[in-house]
Design a protein around this ligand. Structure first.
Ligand SMILES: [Fe+2]
Length: 350
């Protein structure tokens, strides 16, 4: 539903980003404990599920490898509804507004994105825009505490889709999406007295320019992540801080998204998911680039499984503060929590 999100009476607005929650209808208790603890501790004003919210290709009637494992759109819809309930029921019950964007896994099944969005729209707390946009792309404005003025904007962009006719999957931001972003950004600028409206941009798969945060190195070098037999990269300490455990280069077909963002000057940071075991924060050619860790315990990960928090301040919203909280930060290090982590994390501990 369209609703007005506002800075609270303390002049703050807190966003909790949950990336790659993809546990399907059979969630690991560790992930649910972690998310519950995050909602309790942070009490966010908005939760953002930034793609791969479900493993849409592991629903019935979806591909499993190269094989179809079921049939029937209605059956797929029912399975998807059940899978979404795992992550959407808790914020609904806590009455915390949430928004979402699609990831590469969400769409790999018979339901169109518009049909999938209908399942999200059934939740009272789902924040959506009624703007006429390319499906899966929208803006979420954050208004001043007195409700008089838009002070900040969130961009939610789609980076992955499944062509149902050819049964092929694509990743990236299309030319149509870049054009929509530029046009909408200009409208928001005009509404804001000619000044770019400060914003955060969230999308599942990074733009390719993220690679500029990395240096080529040898596979044996400190911090090196191998991406080919004799090739590796590591974070450039002059440009980024954090942890890189997989290459995470971003989508391949470049339609000028980065250049458009740079030219518009409204994005305070572009925030990405998809690469579960990377967690860093850097600047590429004046554009801040943030990679967030994954939350799923049924997919690959490491001890960095967690969530990211953004705290905006009404007096200076562009100067936001961000940090991540891991399972251990939120649930503690007691022997039982360590044991639960070790048993429930399907792939990768370190
Ligand atoms: Fe993904």
């Amino acid at each position: 539903m369209t609703r007005q999100l506002k800075f609270n009476q303390n002049g703050q607005f807190t966003i909790l980003q949950v990336a790659d929650a993809q546990d399907l209808p059979f969630p690991r208790k560790a992930m649910l404990d972690m998310l519950d603890a995050a909602y309790e501790k942070i009490n966010p004003d908005l939760i953002l599920f930034t793609g791969d919210n479900i493993l849409g290709n592991h629903l019935l009637d979806a591909r499993f490898g190269t094989k179809k494992i079921g049939s029937g759109k209605e059956l797929t819809r029912q399975r998807m509804k059940k899978a979404l309930a795992v992550i959407l029921d808790p914020p609904e019950q806590r009455r915390i507004p949430f928004a979402m964007t699609f990831g590469n896994h969400d769409d790999m099944n018979l339901l169109t994105k518009a049909e999938q969005l209908e399942l999200y729209r059934a939740y009272d707390q789902f924040v959506f825009s009624d703007e006429d946009t390319p499906v899966g792309n929208y803006t979420v404005p954050i208004w001043s505490s007195n409700g008089e003025k838009k002070l900040f904007n969130l961009w939610l962009l789609d980076t992955a889709w499944h062509d149902k006719e050819t049964d092929r999957c694509h990743t990236g931001v299309t030319k149509e999406e870049v054009d929509w972003y530029v046009a909408r950004s200009n409208e928001l600028k005009a509404e804001n007295g000619g000044q770019p409206l400060p914003s955060l941009l969230f999308q599942h798969i990074p733009f390719p320019e993220i690679r500029r945060l990395m240096l080529e190195c040898k596979p044996g070098d400190k911090g090196a992540v191998r991406y080919a037999k004799d090739k590796a990269v590591r974070l450039d300490p002059a440009k980024a801080t954090g942890r890189q455990c997989e290459p995470g280069f971003g989508y391949q077909e470049n339609n000028g998204q980065f250049d458009a963002i740079k030219a518009q000057g409204d994005v305070c940071a572009a925030v990405f998911s998809h690469h579960h075991i990377n967690n860093f924060d850097g600047v590429v050619d004046g554009v801040r680039v943030i990679q967030s860790p994954g939350a799923s315990f049924r997919c690959y990960g490491n001890t960095g499984r967690g969530v990211r928090v953004f705290v905006l301040n009404e007096a200076a919203p562009a100067a936001f503060h961000t940090y991540t909280l891991t399972y251990f930060d939120l649930c503690g290090h007691s022997p039982i929590k360590l044991l639960r982590y070790a048993v429930q994390a399907d792939i990768g501990l370190f």
